[in-house]
Design a protein around this ligand. Structure first.
Ligand code: NZQ
Ligand code: ZN
Length: 391
């Protein structure tokens, strides 16, 4: 295991009706004038936004509002939000929604105290300070409620890029699993897929002696395999929703990723798909991951076989461990299909003629240096080959 430091100071309020504490939480974490930021309207339709407003009013807070964050959030609304916060002297951002709204809020939070273009942070500049962000989460997926990350697509060139820094970790996050009961089954399944993808990105490592984090990852994957069919069968299953919601946080606040190298090629390969075709991130990952696994299998057959045995219950073939490893990848494909995820580029609406462009952009676009991935270094040709495996 490698040396590491880990500081994850987000305060979590988990359970039924916890959103009614939003006003008190904002006060406790120093907010007085807020921006409420949200997505395309699900929080309006469900009545959640009204309940949040009531809680804020009761705590004597004032606020301005900015809705309209779209999935795969765009830079345009971030610029609007930065201007609004500066004009209104906002000192706290409360975001109500999913990963897209949260990431947009984080981008605004970093942009307000910064003199330059907020996009500098998405091209590698360190984030020194940001307005505090609190979240009320409505979908278990991206893990942004506990992560120091934000992913935004710049409209100029459709570059989808991430920024990261301790200042972007939310100061608090309200996690009420019941708020996710209004999700369509497709979005629920996309979220489960993203949670599993965050675990795979950490599982495929070149670091040795990582049994503790291996076992944490495997445990969370097993929980997803157990809970997914339950929630697809019964969207109102609070217990299943609760387990998925906490797993989503655990999968991405990096408690499972400390002390080990991580990969992240698949996320970068997916980001080209959701930037170009505006597909759901989780659906894109469902197509990318089995292809990436097939392509990188020879890098460490034993690790793939270990996953197959411990998570997918495959029988270990000691004479030909590659068979076990391949059976694990096939089990993942079957699982993803069983929860309604796509399996091919065509199902995502992607086109073969765009592969070269996507591979180039993934490796060289907007300041990138030419290779992706910590488990196996992939060059532009490798990335194009992986896209072709998805056809
Ligand atoms: O916009 P509204 O109307 O709210 O509808 C959303 C949206 O259409 C809907 N939804 C959310 N909660 C709902 C609901 N509908 C009914 N009932 C509810 N309770 O679901 C749709 C998807 O929402 P979105 O926020 O886009 O989903 P998700 O949380 O999966 O976020 C995806 C974004 O996060 C990024 C992805 O790349 C993508 O842009 N990621 C962010 C990460 C991070 N910051 O750490 C890490 C991830 O790997 C990921 O890359
Ligand atoms: Zn993800």
């Amino acid at each position: 295991m490698d040396s590491f430091t880990f500081h994850s100071p987000t305060y979590f309020a988990f359970g039924q009706d916890m959103e009614s504490q939003s006003g008190d939480l904002v006060r406790r974490f120093g907010g007085s004038k807020l921006l409420i930021h949200y997505g395309g309207g699900s929080v309006v339709r469900s009545g959640l936004l009204d309940r949040i407003r009531a809680s804020l009013a009761q705590a004597g807070l004032t606020w301005v509002e900015l809705g309209g964050v779209q999935p795969n959030p765009r830079s345009g609304l971030v610029y609007t939000g930065i201007e609004l916060c500066r004009r209104e002297k906002v000192d706290f951002i409360l975001v109500v929604g999913g990963g897209s709204a949260i990431d947009s809020a984080k981008a605004i939070a970093a942009g307000v105290p910064y003199d330059g273009d907020f996009w500098d942070f998405y091209r590698g500049k360190a984030i020194r300070q940001a307005l505090p962000v609190g979240t009320v989460l409505t979908i278990a997926a991206a893990g942004s409620e506990g992560s120091p990350d934000s992913v935004i697509t710049h409209e100029d060139g459709l570059h989808k890029r991430g920024a990261s820094g301790p200042a972007l970790r939310p100061v608090f996050s309200v996690l009420n699993p019941a708020l996710t009961q209004t999700l369509p089954p497709f979005q629920t399944a996309c979220g489960i897929t993203d949670i599993m993808a965050h675990l795979f990105e950490r599982y495929f490592t070149t670091t040795r002696d990582v049994e503790t984090t291996d076992r944490l990852i495997e445990g969370l994957l097993l929980a997803m395999v157990h809970e997914a069919p339950r929630v697809i069968e019964n969207p109102d299953d609070y217990g299943a929703r609760a387990n998925i919601m906490w797993a989503g946080m655990m999968a991405h606040n990096n408690s499972c990723g400390v002390g080990r190298s991580q990969d992240w090629a698949s996320h970068n390969i997916e980001h080209e798909l959701s930037a170009l075709y505006d597909c759901a991130h989780g659906a894109g990952l469902a197509v990318v991951f089995p292809a990436w696994m097939t392509y990188t299998l020879q890098q460490d057959v034993a690790r793939f076989a270990q996953l197959a045995v411990r998570v997918w219950g495959c029988q270990m073939d000691f004479a030909q461990p590659e068979r076990t490893a391949l059976a694990g990848i096939q089990a993942l494909r079957s699982f993803l299909a069983s929860i309604g995820m796509p399996g091919t580029l065509t199902e995502l609406g992607a086109r073969e003629e765009d592969i070269a462009r996507m591979a180039h952009n993934a490796c060289f676009g907007d300041g990138r240096q030419g290779t992706l991935g910590g488990f196996m270094r992939l060059d532009e040709q490798d990335v194009a080959n992986i896209y072709r495996l998805m056809l």
